[in-house]
Design a protein around this ligand. Sequence first.
Ligand SMILES: Nc1ncnc2c1ncn2[C@@H]1O[C@H](COP(=O)(O)OP(=O)(O)O)[C@@H](O)[C@H]1O
Ligand SMILES: [Mg+2]
Length: 336
Amino acid sequence: MVEFREVSVAFHQNKKTVEAVKNVSLKIEKGDIFGIVGGSGAGKSTLLRTINLLQPVTGGDVLVGGRSIVGYKGEKLRELRKGVGMIFQHFNLAENKTVEQNIAFVLKTAGWKKVDIQKRVRELLEFVKLSDKADVYPSKLSGGQKQRVAIARALANHTDILLCDEPTSALDAETTASVLDLLREVNQKLGVTIIMITHELDVVKSICNRTAVMADGEVVETGNVYEVFTNPQHPFTQQLIGHTQHFEIPQEIQSSISGPVVKLTYLGERAAEAVLSQTAADYNVRYNILHGKIEYIGTKPLGILYVNITGDRSDVEQTIQKLAERTYRTEVVFHA
Ligand SMILES: Nc1ncnc2c1ncn2[C@@H]1O[C@H](COP(=O)(O)OP(=O)(O)O)[C@@H](O)[C@H]1O
Ligand SMILES: [Mg+2]
């Protein structure tokens, strides 16, 4: 659907060159909700904007629907942009136009007839559940409602690719969830391929099927979201994900325990229980659970448990070996 082939973008400013995107190759398939994650300044927005040529490339090629678009101008460029919608962190609605006029505007520009525009706008407002807001100005809407209007507008031309640049970064958690639900519907019901940039890992975990991690202009890791979150390969990704899966053992606990503290990562909701009770019986060790949580990647659970193990030294060692065999990952994170 979208393919980057060794794409580079360099900016020249005051005799300095910023290589915002460096040699990125990436394939986004039809039907994906593809998340591009990374810190601020990593080059995410620059890369995304090459897809609709808001940003020209300085090297490499960008293919949309199998065709190279980097040289598009005039009519070809207009056609491309009809098929590729975009939404932004700050919505970018025209404040002097009503909700209806904001959406109708892009259809008018695309040469639609008046009756068709009316019908299409009604249909879109129904889809984003804002039929009652047609005549309202953006200033009267909440952030979530504004983003829904922006989504309707971006889809107006029967768009098949939707680019999202930090679409939920200005929204609170509850509104974020409802906008993500809508994007999921856009993907599933309308078959729109979504490419989303975010610095929020939770967003990627919640709706993306595939992801690419960017650092300093480069894609350092790419893959299926569950794979990347359960088994990050690149140190940058490990650090990024580590933050959300990390637990700092409180000082009082550190000084009061003996034996190792082990971090267990396991797939499935109850996968840890069986192995803990079994090893406790087999090796005569005791477990003290310090911290535990289950997070969901899409609908798949990923469990994390911090346990302190006490018992005879060789029993504890054998236990850790057994845990390593029976869990997804076992790491000794502290030893008293
Ligand atoms: N129009 C521009 N002119 C000069 N430098 C730019 C421009 N746009 C982005 N940059 C620089 O390119 C790098 C990547 O920016 P950006 O793509 O916005 O990152 P991200 O979206 O990951 O935060 C940054 O160092 C930024 O300052
Ligand atoms: Mg950005």
